[in-house]
Design a protein around this ligand. Structure first.
Ligand code: PLP
Length: 483
């Protein structure tokens, strides 16, 4: 006897017969306990998912015959479990597994990082997810699903679909001044994967330490550590990563964010870029360029990527995490020729290539100008928000110095000394429901200019009114006399 499945799904046939086998031990229980054992076994089968919601049960006559028990026992078991909500029955429609199990099985937990429920959260680095271009993305998805040849659904080139690499090469050359040969692009699941791949390749080559900016992104340290590569924090000066300490450190690879240093917002000077590349050549080393928010420039000409000046000593990476949405997990990595084979092999053995459909959709999105449109839209929105933040800080925290505002999705506000000490300030604003992080949270050198409250304020994800509210709440929290 093979149980059938009601519309709405059910387990595969092997699982289904296994589910009935689960009932056999109950059938051979001592006669007195047999009825209860049958009910318990049936209940367990539903709870554990062996009998999935919607599975139609055999008639009581068939099941009784299969199990070698009396039909009355089966009827009783069906009635009891129906009363408990595990089974459902309809006149003439038989008996099937109900949905009570949903209530008994705990839902999967969600470990995605979320904002902590503050009234206003100035977390740095998040774009406005409500600006995600759903209609254009949906159109791209539809057209890709309609047009994509079947064989494009096989394992993709581990570097990425040629169509996407071609479109990315055009984009990155045009917008970021990158030397972008499509043959040297690897499509990855974000800067995070690019870092893990590079870290793995460096480690395999005997490089067990890389330099990182201090203050800098905690992600860099964590990602390289996951590849077994340690990090040496290196200080910045007003032009970017300080080259003296870099030379003295003895590292031969360094992770940088030259277009808009994270988190200080410094744009590396032309001189510093040259010095950095001179260093890389002199030690036959590598600069790892994280162009995480290089797309957003407000009042100055775009600063081209460092990679455009020396593609053999710079590995360049970026993603759509700031321009579209981090949840897409889509980015790119351009590597010097000397590392290409090892990076591609590592990408291949990591996941056999990036999801083909996502790549094709993004390629179409780029080809039709949708990405450029999205960048223009965000650029306008984020500039307005940046202006709202600067104005609100001027109004509520007069005397503050706001920096790093020419680009990116966040700014640094150095507050006047009257707001010291930092711990007291942070406790008071947290109490008022505002979540902010101090620069000191991003590294040892975060307090380099002496004491003072310096805040890293992400603004792109907040509407101007929320930005004003957040700054007003902060000011109210630290004003003598409180809110
Ligand atoms: C400076 C910096 N680079 C890269 C990343 C990770 O980016 P992706 O989403 O592209 O992996 C982050 C995310 O927190 C970041 O802060």
């Amino acid at each position: 006897m093979t149980p059938s499945t009601a519309p709405g799904g059910g387990p595969g046939s092997a699982e289904r017969s296994a589910a009935w086998e689960l009932l056999l031990p109950a059938a051979s229980a001592p006669a007195r306990a047999r009825g209860r054992a049958l009910q318990a076994a049936l209940r367990d089968a539903v709870r554990s998912g062996r009998l999935a919601q919607g599975t139609r049960l055999p008639s009581s006559r068939d099941l009784a015959a299969d199990l070698g028990v009396s039909r009355g026992l089966v009827t009783e078991a069906y009635e009891q479990l129906t009363a408990e909500g595990y089974l459902r029955s309809g006149r003439g429609a038989g008996t099937w597994v109900g949905d009570a199990v949903r209530a008994t099985r705990p839902p999967a937990r969600d470990l995605a990082p979320r904002s902590p429920g503050a009234r206003v959260d100035f977390v740095a680095g998040s774009p406005d997810l409500s600006l995600f271009p759903r209609p254009a993305w949906a159109a791209a998805q539809r057209s890709v699903l309609t047009e994509l040849p079947h064989d494009h659904l096989g394992y993709p080139d581990p570097r990425g679909l040629p169509r996407l690499r071609t479109a990315l090469a055009e984009l990155l050359t045009r917008r970021r001044g990158v030397v972008a040969d499509p043959e040297r692009i690897v499509v990855v699941s974000g800067v995070a994967q690019a870092s893990a791949l590079l870290g793995g390749v460096l480690h395999a080559r005997g490089t067990h330490t890389v330099g990182v900016e201090d203050p800098g992104s905690p992600q860099h340290t964590a990602l390289y550590a996951s590849a077994g590569v340690g990090t040496v924090p290196l200080p910045l000066d007003e032009e970017g990563l300080a080259v003296g300490p870099l030379r003295a450190s003895g590292v031969r690879a360094v992770v940088t964010t030259p277009a808009h240093q994270f988190p200080t917002g410094i744009a590396y000077s032309a001189r510093r870029r040259t010095e950095l590349l001179d260093w890389a050549r002199s030690v036959d080393g590598l600069v790892l360029e994280d162009d995480y928010d290089g797309d957003f420039r407000y009042d100055r000409a775009p600063v081209g990527a460092l990679q455009g000046l020396d593609a053999e000593h710079v590995a360049y990476t970026g993603s759509v995490s700031k321009s579209l949405a981090p949840g897409l997990r889509l980015g790119w990595l351009l590597v010097p020729e000397s590392l290409m084979d090892e990076v591609v092999e590592r990408k291949r053995t990591t996941d056999l290539g990036h999801p083909a459909l996502d790549q094709a959709v993004f390629a179409r999105f780029l080809e039709h100008g949708d990405y450029d449109r999205q960048l223009r839209l965000c650029q306008r929105a984020y500039r307005e928000r940046r202006d709202a933040l600067v104005a609100a800080l001027e109004e509520h925290f007069p005397g503050s110095r706001v920096s790093g505002i020419a680009a990116g999705l966040h700014a640094i506000a150095a507050l006047p000394a009257r707001y010291d000490p930092e711990e007291r300030f942070l406790a008071a604003v947290a109490e008022a429901g505002v979540s902010v992080r101090p620069l000191t949270a991003y590294g040892h050198a975060g307090g380099g200019e002496g004491p003072g409250v310096r805040l890293v304020l992400g603004y792109a994800h907040l509407a101007p009114a929320r930005i004003r509210e957040g700054v007003r709440l902060m000011a109210g929290a630290v004003r003598p006399g409180g809110r």
